[in-house]
Ligand binder design. Structure first.
Ligand code: ADP
Ligand code: ASP
Ligand code: MG
Length: 431
């Protein structure tokens, strides 16, 4: 691996940086967009930086490929599905490289395999295990702009794998970490990270910076502006991540280490997710080992169980266990839960896919109380029933009926006055 790619030239004034830039689906949606991104990248290269570009598939292409697969099979083979899905990104890297060359610049495209991105075996949600950086570095040394297909890698048996929806962010940050890049820039269709999804609430405010930890909670709780694992890589390897728009030159949001300013804000964002479903196993014998029996087969099936609540049911000696799973795994999770319930002598299994999770997040919560009660008050004033609640050091999440999602997001944003620029004085509610 390169020791450091930052150097001072003989005049002692120019610093060359290695930059990884990622452009999402809407940023490369058609030939016009691809050409305009090519021009941006060339400008950066001509300013003296080395540039590695990571591209997503054109907006809608991954969805179209999934639909195609379902025309062939109700449950497409996971290996073949990844072979198919990886083609979306191969279209953009080739088209983009042609555009760059047409504008008179040196450029080379690389698939995940050619870029040395090695993953585990989990088709559709593979994790990057390591990156062989030599092929990219060799291309950079010859003066090429290197264009890497996002969202894909290969396992140690040579199978093509994909990293899960939104995974091109993770390709970019992982490459930035492995190449010791100076910055990873994520270009998207909004101007940065906002206090909530700007497409849901017009009063959302763009943040100048946000800590890795808050961004990780935001991504985990549904803010799709960054893929969760990209933030994990950023935090672990201290990669500064700049989120900005590929459509404007407005300053973006820096995802970085926590600082004392950030702690002064009790709540920095509100997020929502409609990607989960709830399952309840009723009348579970209240004896040691039952939770393990229920969740072991879920883990074995690589199903990511999130919130878990156990409460005593109406029958003495019996408990109800409720938990959430990704909606995409709902049918399989129900099958597994029903089988286990039968084996352990539990009662009926109920499923509800019509739920949403709304969360408030902020590192300031560590040192200040009262956020949860303020959140519950605000939701109760709208008569929104809280189905499940979970908290972490810097987050409070509530599961509610999904029809109230947008309303809940707006009222929480107003309650914590997130549209206002923080003035450094922490507001604590007067009881
Ligand atoms: P890309 O295709 O560039 O990867 P995504 O659609 O994956 O873009 O992510 C950008 C979208 O994330 C925005 O259009 C916005 O609707 C959504 N989003 C959700 N929460 C936030 C937030 N807090 N700040 C900014 N964008 C958000
Ligand atoms: N093309 C993939 C998707 O649509 C990966 C990405 O865009 O990050 O999810
Ligand atoms: Mg994305």
């Amino acid at each position: 691996m390169a020791e450091s790619l930052v150097f001072i030239d003989s005049g002692g004034v120019t610093a060359m940086a290695l930059v990884v830039q990622k452009y999402g689906g809407t940023s490369v949606a058609d030939s016009g967009r691809i050409r305009s991104v090519a021009e941006r990248v060339i400008q950066r290269k001509q300013a003296g930086d080395d540039v590695v570009v990571v591209l997503s598939a054109r907006a809608g292409d991954t969805d179209r490929l999934i639909q195609l697969a379902h025309q062939m099979s109700e449950r497409p083979d996971p290996r073949e599905l990844d072979v198919l899905l990886s083609t979306g990104e191969q279209i953009t890297i080739a088209l983009f490289s042609m555009a760059v060359m047409d504008l008179g610049c040196q450029c080379v495209s690389m698939t995940g395999y050619q870029a040395g991105i090695v993953t585990d075996h989990r088709f559709g949600k593979a994790r990057i295990s390591w990156i062989e950086t030599l092929p990219i570095r060799e291309q950079l040394e010859t003066g090429n702009i290197v264009v890497v297909a996002g969202f894909q890698g290969y396992d140690d048996l040579g199978n093509i794998t994909t990293l899960g929806r939104g995974g091109s962010d993770t390709t970019a940050v992982a490459l930035a970490a492995a190449l010791h890049a100076d910055v990873c820039e994520i270009y998207t269709d909004v101007e940065g990270v906002y206090t909530t999804d700007p497409n849901i609430y017009g009063k959302a405010r763009k943040l100048k910076k946000i800590s890795y930890e808050e961004m990780l909670e935001m991504a985990s709780m549904g803010a799709k502006v960054l893929h969760i694992r990209s933030v994990e890589f950023g935090m672990k390897y201290h990669v500064p991540i700049m989120v900005c728009s590929s459509f404007t030159d407005a300053p973006g949001t820096l995802v970085t280490k926590e600082d004392s300013d950030m702690e002064k804000v009790m709540v920095s964002s509100v997020t929502y997710s409609k990607h989960d479903a709830r399952i309840t196993v009723t009348d579970v014998p209240d004896v040691p080992g039952m939770a393990a029996r229920i969740f072991r087969p879920m883990a074995a099936a690589a199903i990511n169980v999130d919130m878990i609540i156990q409460g005593s049911g109406p029958v003495p000696g019996r408990a109800n266990i409720s938990f959430t799973v990704p909606k995409s795994d709902f049918a399989r999770s129900m099958e597994i839960a029903e089988k286990t319930a039968h084996e352990i002598g539990a009662g009926a299994v109920h499923g509800n896919p019509n739920i949403a999770k709304v969360s408030v997040i902020g590192v300031g919560m560590r040192s200040h109380s009262g956020v949860a009660s303020r959140m519950f008050d605000a939701l109760s004033r709208l008569n929104i029933n809280l189905i499940m609640i979970s908290t972490s050091e810097i987050k409070v999440s509530c599961v509610i009926e999904d029809k109230y999602t947008e309303l809940a997001v707006r009222v929480l944003h107003d309650t914590f006055e997130l549209d206002k620029e923080p003035n450094g004085v922490l507001k604590v509610r007067e009881e």
